[in-house]
Design a binder for this molecule. Sequence first.
Ligand code: ATP
Ligand code: MG
Length: 263
Amino acid sequence: MRQVTQTYALRRQSLFGARPSLKVLDHVDLDVRPGEAVGLVGESGSGKTTLTRILTGSERPQSGNVLFDGFDVWSADREKRRHFRRSVQIVLQNPRSSLDPRMRVGTSLLEPLRSLQIDCDHAARVIEVLDQVGLGRNAIERYPHEFSGGQLQRIAIARALMPGPKVLIADEPVSALDVSIQAQVLNLLKDLVRNLGLSLVFIAHDLSVVAYATSRVFVMSSGKIVEVGRPLDLFTKPQAEATRNLVGAVLSVEGGLAGTALD
Ligand SMILES: Nc1ncnc2c1ncn2[C@@H]1O[C@H](COP(=O)(O)OP(=O)(O)OP(=O)(O)O)[C@@H](O)[C@H]1O
Ligand SMILES: [Mg+2]
């Protein structure tokens, strides 16, 4: 995305007053190359989730461009828009709220194929994708409550993979999980990037988690990208104040550098 700015209108303070607005994204540039895993970190409220809504095309930016495969998403024709919608998929923080508890896993997995009207051997695709996330086909007939949090996040990742995306966006995908299974889900995401040639945009509060899964990190503060760099460089010589704060948070919690970058 190029120079993306997004402003939300807020409630009027008084009956005749002007309607105040909040600039949530301010001229944001963010790019991800084919097969690359990038991270996005920033304090709560810095605009990360807003940015995902723009990246997936669910919200139109007030100004700036969302570019994909060489075209501008918001001025593209129907066919290109369809290609874009199919190619960019998202995994959310909490799989318990992102999966319908009344639906069998198999039905949940088919849902993106139905809504995007994708024609393929649906049953074969479900089995293939379950295998890619390390689950067996016996998951198909079961319901979400029969799974652990880590398994559910695998199912949520499987659902995102169903349309055969090129870009996966993961908004805090491990922060709702038990620390002991966070690494498994992070490793799965790394494997998918490597094996399927996916691009990944990985979002988190925690710089060490992002450093483990990505090779280039964007740091966001108050709606602006304040620094971009390799994870190790951000740890050892952070430039922006927001980056220094994030590094300080990691060091005070863990007492050292955790994780290694992809390359
Ligand atoms: N639809 C909306 N209308 C008005 N304000 C909004 C809307 N969505 C988000 N905001 C505001 O935009 C700012 C950025 O929110 P956003 O959810 O993008 O932050 P975030 O970086 O994802 O935070 P967190 O780390 O807590 O998830 C916040 O101040 C939020 O209150
Ligand atoms: Mg958020």
